[in-house]
Design a protein around this ligand. Structure first.
Ligand code: URA
Length: 247
């Protein structure tokens, strides 16, 4: 299908549409071997060879990034209620990225975004058991016995959760900071698990996917992931079915 060259370049993540126009003006874009001079030029990426500085553009380029999602952002690509969406925070990347899994509106922290459906599905697929680490500030002071219930698996919405790993990070007078590691992704799972032991989650943050930690990444910012980072998500147990992680 033919599209304007600027749009094709933007989709391929080469540049924004405005910057793509500059690239054309600078004579850096060739279509089937000839420098493009005309701004309205159209092409079909399935048929035509488009190059930027001599390098063929690749519409299939896969990109992976880790966003530190702020509270108040919806993990969808559009929101009928007009609330801020996570895509707004990665709008300078022209490729269509989707979030891997979801975080509640009031949860912050690590959110992977990619245009690689295969990798996204693998991370979410229960068989790969990718750990997700959360820090939950909960009301009161949960006893070791109650926390053990979460470690063993507890019924939420009539289904038993898989065993969780739990570590108390800090006990304060009226609240406790708990690290919880789970590999499932049921809706509002962490909140419901604590609710099941009579403690309310006051604040929730995802700090890691597997061994890939959010670290010092500022809230609302993202970083592009390397193949090394992607391997960390699977904590060294990379599913051989995933083609897109270079060795
Ligand atoms: N568990 C929750 O309760 N909320 C999230 O956003 C993620 C995990």
């Amino acid at each position: 299908m033919e599209e304007r060259l600027q749009k094709i370049l933007a989709k391929a993540g080469i540049a924004s549409r405005r910057r793509a126009e500059e690239l054309i003006r600078e004579g850096r874009i060739k279509l089937n071997g000839l420098v493009v001079h005309e701004m309205g030029c159209r092409a079909d990426p399935a048929r035509d060879i488009i190059t930027c500085d001599g390098t063929p553009i690749n519409l299939e380029r896969k990109i992976y990034l880790l966003l530190n999602k702020p509270k108040g952002y919806v993990t969808t690509l559009s929101d009928p209620q007009g609330r801020p969406i996570v895509s707004d925070l990665v709008a300078d990347i022209s490729l269509r990225l989707f979030p891997v899994g979801r975080l509640d509106l009031d949860t912050e922290g690590a959110l992977l975004m990619t245009n690689d459906g295969e990798l996204g599905n693998a991370i979410l697929h229960p068989s790969f058991e990718v750990n997700k680490t959360y820090e939950a500030m909960v009301t009161g002071s949960p006893t070791q016995e109650r926390l053990r219930l979460l470690e063993q698996g507890i019924a939420i919405d009539g289904v038993r959760t898989s065993p969780a790993k739990i570590k108390v990070l800090q006990r304060r007078k009226d609240r406790t900071l708990v690290e919880i590691i789970i590999h499932e992704g049921k809706k509002r799972q962490v909140r419901k698990m604590f609710q099941a032991i009579d403690h309310r989650v006051l604040h929730l943050k995802r700090t890691a996917y597997g061994d890939l930690r959010i670290g010092e990444l500022p809230v609302g910012k993202y970083r592009i992931l390397t193949p090394f980072d992607l391997k960390k998500i699977f904590s060294g147990k990379i599913p051989f079915t995933i083609k897109n992680i270079p060795a």
